[in-house]
Design a protein around this ligand. Structure first.
Ligand code: IPE
Ligand code: MG
Length: 221
Protein backbone atom coordinates (compact mmCIF):
# COMPACT_ATOMS: atom_id res chain seq x y z
CA UNK A 1 0.00 0.00 0.00
CA UNK A 2 2.51 2.58 -1.19
CA UNK A 3 2.37 6.24 -2.10
CA UNK A 4 0.45 7.70 0.84
CA UNK A 5 3.09 10.31 1.66
CA UNK A 6 3.50 11.52 -1.92
CA UNK A 7 -0.27 11.57 -2.40
CA UNK A 8 -0.60 13.89 0.59
CA UNK A 9 2.38 16.04 -0.34
CA UNK A 10 1.03 16.66 -3.84
CA UNK A 11 -2.11 18.06 -2.18
CA UNK A 12 -0.22 20.23 0.26
CA UNK A 13 -1.19 17.97 3.17
CA UNK A 14 0.93 16.36 5.88
CA UNK A 15 2.02 12.78 5.10
CA UNK A 16 -0.22 11.43 7.83
CA UNK A 17 -3.30 12.58 5.85
CA UNK A 18 -2.18 10.23 3.10
CA UNK A 19 -2.16 7.34 5.54
CA UNK A 20 -5.63 8.34 6.75
CA UNK A 21 -6.90 8.42 3.17
CA UNK A 22 -5.49 4.93 2.66
CA UNK A 23 -8.15 3.48 4.95
CA UNK A 24 -10.92 4.07 2.40
CA UNK A 25 -8.77 2.45 -0.27
CA UNK A 26 -8.18 -0.61 1.90
CA UNK A 27 -11.84 -1.15 2.72
CA UNK A 28 -13.02 -0.55 -0.84
CA UNK A 29 -10.49 -3.08 -2.13
CA UNK A 30 -11.50 -5.48 0.62
CA UNK A 31 -15.20 -5.23 -0.28
CA UNK A 32 -14.33 -5.64 -3.96
CA UNK A 33 -12.23 -8.68 -3.13
CA UNK A 34 -15.05 -10.22 -1.07
CA UNK A 35 -17.47 -9.58 -3.96
CA UNK A 36 -15.39 -11.68 -6.33
CA UNK A 37 -14.70 -14.39 -3.78
CA UNK A 38 -11.01 -13.77 -3.23
CA UNK A 39 -10.05 -16.06 -0.37
CA UNK A 40 -6.69 -14.64 0.70
CA UNK A 41 -5.50 -11.05 0.73
CA UNK A 42 -2.40 -9.70 2.41
CA UNK A 43 -1.48 -6.09 2.98
CA UNK A 44 1.84 -4.54 3.97
CA UNK A 45 1.00 -2.13 6.77
CA UNK A 46 4.36 -1.51 8.47
CA UNK A 47 7.79 -2.85 7.64
CA UNK A 48 10.79 -3.63 9.82
CA UNK A 49 12.45 -0.75 7.95
CA UNK A 50 9.67 1.77 8.62
CA UNK A 51 11.15 2.41 12.11
CA UNK A 52 13.67 4.61 10.26
CA UNK A 53 10.98 7.20 9.66
CA UNK A 54 10.68 10.29 11.87
CA UNK A 55 9.35 9.45 15.35
CA UNK A 56 6.12 11.35 14.81
CA UNK A 57 5.26 9.36 11.68
CA UNK A 58 6.17 6.04 13.33
CA UNK A 59 3.97 6.86 16.31
CA UNK A 60 1.16 7.91 13.98
CA UNK A 61 1.37 4.71 11.96
CA UNK A 62 1.33 2.48 15.03
CA UNK A 63 -1.57 4.39 16.58
CA UNK A 64 -3.49 4.52 13.31
CA UNK A 65 -3.15 0.80 12.66
CA UNK A 66 -4.41 0.10 16.17
CA UNK A 67 -7.24 2.60 15.71
CA UNK A 68 -8.39 0.94 12.46
CA UNK A 69 -8.22 -2.47 14.10
CA UNK A 70 -10.42 -1.36 17.01
CA UNK A 71 -12.89 0.65 14.93
CA UNK A 72 -13.35 -1.91 12.19
CA UNK A 73 -12.77 -5.37 13.59
CA UNK A 74 -16.50 -5.94 14.27
CA UNK A 75 -17.32 -4.98 10.68
CA UNK A 76 -14.65 -7.36 9.42
CA UNK A 77 -16.04 -10.06 11.67
CA UNK A 78 -19.57 -9.47 10.29
CA UNK A 79 -18.17 -9.74 6.78
CA UNK A 80 -16.83 -13.18 7.74
CA UNK A 81 -13.20 -12.09 7.38
CA UNK A 82 -10.52 -13.92 9.35
CA UNK A 83 -7.80 -11.53 10.47
CA UNK A 84 -4.19 -12.66 10.81
CA UNK A 85 -0.89 -10.89 11.30
CA UNK A 86 2.60 -11.63 10.12
CA UNK A 87 5.66 -9.86 11.46
CA UNK A 88 8.05 -9.71 14.35
CA UNK A 89 6.58 -9.26 17.77
CA UNK A 90 9.61 -7.52 19.22
CA UNK A 91 9.84 -4.99 22.03
CA UNK A 92 9.26 -2.09 19.68
CA UNK A 93 5.65 -3.16 19.13
CA UNK A 94 3.53 -1.84 22.02
CA UNK A 95 2.12 -4.60 24.26
CA UNK A 96 -1.38 -3.18 24.01
CA UNK A 97 -1.27 -3.39 20.21
CA UNK A 98 -0.19 -7.03 20.42
CA UNK A 99 -3.10 -7.69 22.77
CA UNK A 100 -5.49 -6.02 20.30
CA UNK A 101 -4.05 -8.07 17.45
CA UNK A 102 -4.53 -11.27 19.43
CA UNK A 103 -8.09 -10.29 20.30
CA UNK A 104 -8.90 -9.67 16.62
CA UNK A 105 -7.33 -13.01 15.65
CA UNK A 106 -9.36 -14.79 18.31
CA UNK A 107 -12.61 -12.98 17.44
CA UNK A 108 -12.40 -13.84 13.75
CA UNK A 109 -10.62 -17.19 13.84
CA UNK A 110 -13.55 -19.24 12.51
CA UNK A 111 -14.48 -16.88 9.68
CA UNK A 112 -14.55 -18.33 6.19
CA UNK A 113 -15.13 -15.70 3.50
CA UNK A 114 -11.54 -14.46 3.38
CA UNK A 115 -8.29 -14.39 5.31
CA UNK A 116 -6.91 -10.87 5.58
CA UNK A 117 -3.25 -11.00 6.56
CA UNK A 118 -1.79 -7.77 7.86
CA UNK A 119 1.98 -7.56 7.66
CA UNK A 120 3.00 -5.45 10.65
CA UNK A 121 6.60 -4.95 11.73
CA UNK A 122 7.16 -7.37 8.89
CA UNK A 123 10.30 -7.95 6.85
CA UNK A 124 10.83 -10.84 4.47
CA UNK A 125 14.45 -11.27 5.54
CA UNK A 126 13.52 -11.17 9.23
CA UNK A 127 10.90 -13.82 8.54
CA UNK A 128 13.49 -16.12 6.97
CA UNK A 129 15.98 -15.37 9.77
CA UNK A 130 13.32 -16.23 12.35
CA UNK A 131 12.46 -19.44 10.51
CA UNK A 132 16.13 -20.47 10.49
CA UNK A 133 16.41 -19.67 14.21
CA UNK A 134 13.48 -22.01 14.81
CA UNK A 135 15.11 -24.73 12.73
CA UNK A 136 18.26 -24.43 14.82
CA UNK A 137 16.31 -24.29 18.09
CA UNK A 138 14.41 -27.40 16.97
CA UNK A 139 17.81 -29.07 16.31
CA UNK A 140 16.81 -29.99 12.79
CA UNK A 141 19.82 -31.81 11.22
CA UNK A 142 21.33 -30.24 8.09
CA UNK A 143 20.07 -32.96 5.77
CA UNK A 144 16.51 -32.38 6.94
CA UNK A 145 16.56 -28.68 6.06
CA UNK A 146 14.46 -28.17 2.96
CA UNK A 147 12.20 -25.63 1.32
CA UNK A 148 9.34 -27.40 3.03
CA UNK A 149 10.89 -27.32 6.52
CA UNK A 150 11.67 -23.62 6.10
CA UNK A 151 8.19 -22.80 4.74
CA UNK A 152 6.59 -24.60 7.68
CA UNK A 153 8.38 -22.17 10.04
CA UNK A 154 7.36 -18.92 8.37
CA UNK A 155 5.11 -16.57 10.38
CA UNK A 156 1.93 -18.07 8.93
CA UNK A 157 2.70 -21.48 7.44
CA UNK A 158 -0.91 -21.92 6.32
CA UNK A 159 -0.82 -18.87 4.06
CA UNK A 160 -0.56 -20.02 0.44
CA UNK A 161 2.05 -18.39 -1.79
CA UNK A 162 0.42 -15.35 -3.42
CA UNK A 163 -0.63 -15.64 -7.05
CA UNK A 164 -0.41 -11.91 -7.54
CA UNK A 165 1.45 -9.10 -5.85
CA UNK A 166 0.31 -5.54 -6.51
CA UNK A 167 2.49 -2.55 -5.71
CA UNK A 168 1.07 0.92 -6.04
CA UNK A 169 2.56 4.37 -6.62
CA UNK A 170 5.00 3.71 -9.43
CA UNK A 171 7.73 1.88 -7.51
CA UNK A 172 9.05 -1.30 -9.11
CA UNK A 173 10.34 -3.17 -6.10
CA UNK A 174 9.09 -5.78 -3.68
CA UNK A 175 10.83 -4.05 -0.73
CA UNK A 176 11.18 -7.10 1.49
CA UNK A 177 7.50 -8.13 1.22
CA UNK A 178 6.85 -11.89 1.48
CA UNK A 179 10.32 -12.54 0.15
CA UNK A 180 10.09 -16.32 0.32
CA UNK A 181 6.45 -16.60 -0.74
CA UNK A 182 6.72 -14.33 -3.80
CA UNK A 183 9.26 -16.56 -5.58
CA UNK A 184 6.79 -17.44 -8.36
CA UNK A 185 4.13 -14.78 -7.86
CA UNK A 186 3.09 -12.56 -10.72
CA UNK A 187 4.11 -8.97 -10.02
CA UNK A 188 1.92 -6.03 -11.00
CA UNK A 189 3.02 -2.42 -10.71
CA UNK A 190 0.74 0.57 -11.09
CA UNK A 191 1.29 4.31 -10.89
CA UNK A 192 -1.93 4.76 -8.89
CA UNK A 193 -1.10 5.97 -5.38
CA UNK A 194 -2.57 3.83 -2.62
CA UNK A 195 -5.12 6.44 -1.40
CA UNK A 196 -6.61 6.50 -4.95
CA UNK A 197 -6.63 2.73 -5.35
CA UNK A 198 -10.11 1.18 -5.54
CA UNK A 199 -11.67 -2.19 -6.35
CA UNK A 200 -11.67 -1.31 -10.08
CA UNK A 201 -7.87 -1.13 -9.92
CA UNK A 202 -7.80 -4.51 -8.22
CA UNK A 203 -9.94 -5.92 -11.02
CA UNK A 204 -7.60 -4.39 -13.64
CA UNK A 205 -4.67 -6.06 -11.92
CA UNK A 206 -6.46 -9.40 -11.87
CA UNK A 207 -7.36 -9.03 -15.56
CA UNK A 208 -3.67 -8.44 -16.31
CA UNK A 209 -2.81 -11.50 -14.20
CA UNK A 210 -5.21 -13.60 -16.26
CA UNK A 211 -3.20 -12.78 -19.39
CA UNK A 212 0.01 -14.10 -17.85
CA UNK A 213 1.32 -17.57 -18.49
CA UNK A 214 2.66 -19.14 -15.32
CA UNK A 215 5.27 -21.77 -16.02
CA UNK A 216 6.93 -22.22 -12.59
CA UNK A 217 10.21 -22.93 -14.33
CA UNK A 218 8.64 -25.40 -16.77
CA UNK A 219 8.02 -24.85 -20.48
CA UNK A 220 4.26 -24.24 -20.46
CA UNK A 221 1.79 -25.67 -22.94
C1 IPE B 1 2.84 3.68 2.37
O1 IPE B 1 2.96 5.00 1.98
C2 IPE B 1 2.51 3.52 3.82
C3 IPE B 1 3.53 2.86 4.64
C4 IPE B 1 4.67 2.40 4.23
C5 IPE B 1 3.25 2.71 6.05
P1 IPE B 1 4.33 5.76 2.15
O2 IPE B 1 4.32 6.41 3.48
O3 IPE B 1 5.47 4.87 1.87
O4 IPE B 1 4.21 6.87 1.03
P2 IPE B 1 5.38 7.44 0.10
O5 IPE B 1 6.05 6.27 -0.55
O6 IPE B 1 6.28 8.23 0.98
O7 IPE B 1 4.65 8.31 -0.89
MG1 MG C 1 6.64 4.46 0.25
Amino acid sequence: MDGNGRWAKSRGLPRTEGHRAGEDALFDVLEGALDIGLKWMSVYAFSTENWRRPGDEVRFLIGFNEDILLRRRDELHERDVRIRFVGRRDRRVPKRLIKNMDDAIELTKNNKAMTLTVAFNYGGRSEIVDAVRTLVADKVPAERISARSIASRLYDPQMPDPDLMIRTSGESRTSNFLLWQLAYSELYFTDVAWPDFRREHLYQAIAAYQERERRFGGVGE
